[in-house]
Write a protein that binds this ligand. Sequence first.
Ligand SMILES: NC(=O)c1ccc[n+]([C@@H]2O[C@H](COP(=O)([O-])OP(=O)(O)OC[C@H]3O[C@@H](n4cnc5c(N)ncnc54)[C@H](O)[C@@H]3O)[C@@H](O)[C@H]2O)c1
Length: 300
Amino acid sequence: MIQDFKGTTAVLTGAGSGFGLECARIGARLGMNLVLVDVQQDALEAARREMEAAGAAVLARQVDVADAAQMEQLARDVEQRFGAPHFVFNNAGVGAGGLVWENSVADWEWVLGVDLWGVVHGVRLFTPMMLEAAAKDPAYRGHIVNTSSMAGLLTPPNMGIYNTAKAAVVSLTETLYQDLKLVTDQVGASLLCPYFVPTGITQSDRNRPSALASGAPTKSQLIGQAMSEKAVSSGKVSAAQVAEMVFDGIRSNRFYIFSHPKALGNVKSRMESILAIENPADPFAERPDIGEKLRGQLRS
Ligand SMILES: NC(=O)c1ccc[n+]([C@@H]2O[C@H](COP(=O)([O-])OP(=O)(O)OC[C@H]3O[C@@H](n4cnc5c(N)ncnc54)[C@H](O)[C@@H]3O)[C@@H](O)[C@H]2O)c1
């Protein structure tokens, strides 16, 4: 596990906003070299300027994490500039909602592209570099943190694409953890599952590629957008606090990093339903009004 971050290198995707930006700020304070990756050029540029002003050595790359060739070029650039990274944060993500049968092929391609394939590329490109560094240097320590969501563990209604992508990231990252344990003690993995935290996530459309443009939103999509805006904007835990949790998770080699451990009661209910072979429980059991409101709006 990494204890001393000074002089080590972090690759952070989605570094222009939210959790990625806050992790970059901590990395700069700790004296890390920073590889800032984002698709949104102005946000990336602002982050680059801020981190350089804070004294960090920065490589900033405008990359769409869903794009295999762009990610391959990124990996080559990182290797050339800093060598193998020590902390890889596969974090860039976008959200889309609505009843699951109403989503278009473009909706699926966009969200699975960023939220799942972005993580796949980060894992397949950076893990071998980290393992090679570990084999060469017994003192090398590396850690990969993938951002999923409580949605990946709870399966809430009216946000099926996002749930699907995030559940796949849970599976991918748990497998990564198990696979790493087979081959090394020098590289670890963690899964970040935030609940509702105020960031730019509900304005994800700002970075939607025109080739995957959405059609006119359906009623369920409009309802979903309004509900997530409300839930995210009223979140009490800040993105900066979540970023501190990420670094604490790396230091203590903790796999599951939860922004809101109290929400785990809902995960417990879901697991208990599975084990009891009962139909799925309400994912927001302590707030039955949420399901009632959704049902009311969708059936009216
Ligand atoms: N905020 C929450 O409540 C919450 C809850 C659960 C999970 N998450 C997850 O946290 C992660 C970070 O999101 P955030 O909340 O900080 O939101 P955010 O919108 O503030 O930050 C996401 C960043 O990813 C970038 N991005 C979007 N598409 C990209 C692409 N194709 N390639 C590269 N970069 C891209 C955006 O430009 C943005 O800078 C996401 O994976 C999100 O799904 C957020």
